[in-house]
Design a protein around this ligand. Structure first.
Ligand SMILES: NC(=O)c1ccc[n+]([C@@H]2O[C@H](COP(=O)([O-])OP(=O)(O)OC[C@H]3O[C@@H](n4cnc5c(N)ncnc54)[C@H](OP(=O)(O)O)[C@@H]3O)[C@@H](O)[C@H]2O)c1
Length: 218
């Protein structure tokens, strides 16, 4: 399988690229900083420079030629302001989905966040509110498309080692944390499972082996 990953130098992305490469899939990481090429290649993936805040859907569609799936796991990240929540977390996903449609790549896994799908709580910090608003808009955009999408909303991300065990289900799942390494493993399992198409799923650490968790909601 050839999988193009938007946000290809992100923490989840690098773990995902390793997992895909280990099982013989071709991972392609889209990055904005050429200095990140070696890290992406070190994870076993092809690195392609593509700034999601500058590229057109036509440009990205060319990069998706021959791909079997798109994973959107870009984000403006901690320290960014409200404007970049919109230009990366929302508009970056919209761009990738537009490009997937143009390129005929139907499978699309979007990494969203727990908390999306509802308006931010009154009194929320302005940047948090912009983040949740952007993630919700990105989800709504994707769900309206004729693509084989899955929206994955992890809880708080940690850099703990993989446990191989998660709690995955339709919302609402109680709030919690999950290692990025387990998120990456869940994404691989989602890519393999057509039964997860057109589902919105929440993810935290739990007791179910990843394969069983994905199978149970398929
Ligand atoms: N933190 C949490 O607890 C949490 C919880 C739930 C969901 N999430 C979501 O999970 C996803 C992945 O998390 P993560 O920890 O792996 O994120 P991460 O390490 O911050 O990676 C995000 C990547 O997006 C890239 N990016 C930003 N702007 C870009 C642009 N214009 N063009 C191309 N790439 C761009 C960044 O590139 P640079 O390195 O060049 O900046 C970075 O490599 C994000 O969507 C995040 O919102 C996070």
């Amino acid at each position: 399988m050839r999988v193009v990953i938007a946000g290809g130098h992100g923490k989840i992305a690098l773990l995902l690229e390793r997992l895909l490469a280990e099982r013989g899939d071709q991972a392609v990481g889209l990055i904005r900083n050429p200095a990140h090429v070696a890290d992406v290649q070190g994870a076993g993936a092809e690195a392609v420079v593509c700034d999601l805040e500058a590229a057109s859907a036509e440009d990205v569609a060319v990069l998706l030629s021959g791909a079997d799936a798109v994973v959107f796991t870009a984000g403006a990240g901690a320290g960014s302001g409200a404007l970049r929540k919109d230009s990366v977390d929302r508009a970056g996903s919209v761009l990738m989905a537009d490009a997937a449609g143009r390129a005929g790549v139907r499978r699309f896994v979007q990494v969203s966040s727990m908390g999306a799908g509802q308006p931010p709580r009154p009194g929320s910090d302005e940047v948090w509110a912009a983040y949740i608003t952007a993630k919700t808009a990105a989800e709504d955009d994707l769900r309206a498309r004729d693509l084989d999408w899955t929206v994955l909303r992890p809880g708080g991300l940690t850099d703990a080692p993989a446990t191989g065990k998660v709690r995955l289900g339709a919302p609402p799942v109680p709030s919690g944390t999950v290692p990025r390494a387990d998120v990456a493993a869940v994404i691989v399992a989602l890519l393999d499972e057509p039964g997860t198409w057109r589902q919105t799923l929440e993810l935290i650490g739990g007791d179910s082996p990843v394969a069983a968790a994905v199978h149970s909601i398929s």
